[in-house]
Design a protein around this ligand. Structure first.
Ligand code: FE2
Length: 419
């Protein structure tokens, strides 16, 4: 197949993309005649082609559980954790139930051009129902999406009975990454110890690390410095991710300036979850209310790797979500004051290449000769317009096959009111 007249994201020239089997064989210059090549031709007329979207942080085991048994009335993270804990006792779901919900959520993301997903799964439950379900989903949905699984101790490595042993067992069962939640542990000391434990386990089992880090408005929550320091000492920075780090939005500038030097040195990755954290944070503030996001703009300007994710699709922490990362980008740019022209023009890097770096899959990722024929086509010819209008992904192509297709809506005005 030849995908003709494609505008690669961030580039001005059009190219033709020649696909052989499951690989991108060649990127042909615009002048190359392709009509008589004998290949099937798809003409994009200058529409934008990107590598598939990367969802770096979602909770598939929680998806579509909002309101069962109760809705989160306060909108806080801590009520969410409490409700989930109660739900685990009350609703005894089978592996099949979890798989059904997780697949529904993944289907939403696949429709929007996502082909790489990192999901956290709660392992603070002794039966590992969620983990077993997601390990199966990971295999069963391989033709459509790559799933990376983080063993996530939702109720704490030390705050939950035998949390550390459960975490280690989850890694032996096949989780790809080690999680943690230091700000939820009983004491600062336990939090520090939990970060060290996560990194030790990752080192021992050769896994990635992704910590729910400082997801709180407390300016004294400073576990990201512990995570960065430990990652630096173990030389594991590029394997390590700090998710949320919302407390950083409340740090004083003197401390943040010092912290940034360590963060940069450590080379760790950052995931910001704009929709979820705009919803969850600032709930205990009166006025002014904090936005509750990490310092996305400043991290990016300091040359650190930051990406955006969704976090939730209708769960005890966040009642909305449809799997569309473009909407996350739109909200994240507003919330982070990243609405300058260049920020808008390059914004989709936050959900493509930056996400790929976070997931440690950057090698082989991208619309390049020799890579897998994995790409998405947006219904626009302009990077700027992609953020302004949030056009649909008209094609999602994986291993050379169209796995999802959207027909854009057409609206007409019937009366000639603009004459
Ligand atoms: Fe999360």
């Amino acid at each position: 197949m030849i995908i003709k007249n494609a505008k690669l994201y961030g580039q001005d020239e059009f190219v033709h993309i020649e696909i052989h089997g499951d690989k991108i064989h060649k990127l042909l210059p615009f002048e190359t005649p392709v009509e008589s090549s004998g290949h099937e031709i798809m003409d994009l007329n200058g529409k934008i082609v990107l590598p598939p979207f990367v969802e770096p942080h979602i909770h598939l085991d929680y998806a579509l559980t909002a309101g069962t048994p109760k809705w989160n009335q306060s909108g806080t993270l801590f009520e969410g954790i409490q409700l989930w804990s109660e739900r685990k006792q009350l609703v005894k779901e089978t592996k099949a139930d979890v798989k059904k919900r997780a697949k529904e959520a993944l289907e939403m993301q696949i429709k929007h051009g996502v082909q790489h997903v990192r999901t956290h799964v709660d392992i603070t439950e002794p039966n590992f129902t969620g983990l077993e379900a997601l390990l199966e989903v990971k295999q069963e949905l391989k033709p459509w999406v790559d799933v990376q699984i983080v063993a996530f101790p939702q109720e704490g490595i030390y705050a939950y009975p035998k949390g550390a042993a459960l975490l280690e067992e989850a890694l032996k069962m096949g989780a790809d990454a080690v999680g943690g939640i230091p700000h939820y542990e009983f004491t600062r000391e336990d939090g520090v110890q939990s970060v060290k434990k996560a990194l030790d386990l990752a080192y021992k089992y050769d896994k990635l690390v992704d910590i729910h880090c400082d997801e709180i408005d407390d300016e004294q929550s400073r576990f990201v410095e512990v995570l960065a320091a430990e990652a630096y000492k173990l030389d594991m920075g590029e394997l390590v991710t700090a998710s949320h780090t919302t407390a950083m939005g409340s740090y004083n500038d003197a401390y943040a300036t010092k912290l940034f030097k360590l963060l940069k040195k450590s080379n760790i990755n950052f995931v910001s979850l704009p929709k979820a954290n705009l919803h969850l944070q600032g709930r205990i503030d009166s006025y002014p209310k904090r936005r509750g996001l990490t310092r996305v703009k400043e991290l990016k300007e300091a040359g650190m790797n930051v990406c955006f994710g969704l976090d939730s699709i209708m769960d005890p922490w966040y009642p909305l979500g449809d799997g569309n990362l473009l909407r996350v980008v739109e909200m994240g740019l507003h919330a982070s004051h990243m609405t300058g022209y260049n920020d808008i023009k390059t914004a989709l890097n936050l959900v493509t290449e930056n996400g790929a770096k976070t997931l440690h899959i950057a090698e082989g990722y991208g619309v390049k000769e020799g890579n897998k024929a994995n790409l998405v086509v947006l219904d626009t010819t302009s990077e700027y317009d992609a953020i302004r209008r949030l056009p649909p992904v008209i094609y999602s192509i994986r291993n050379g096959h169209i796995i999802a297709e959207t027909k854009p809506a057409v609206t007409t005005i019937n009366e000639p009111i603009f004459s």
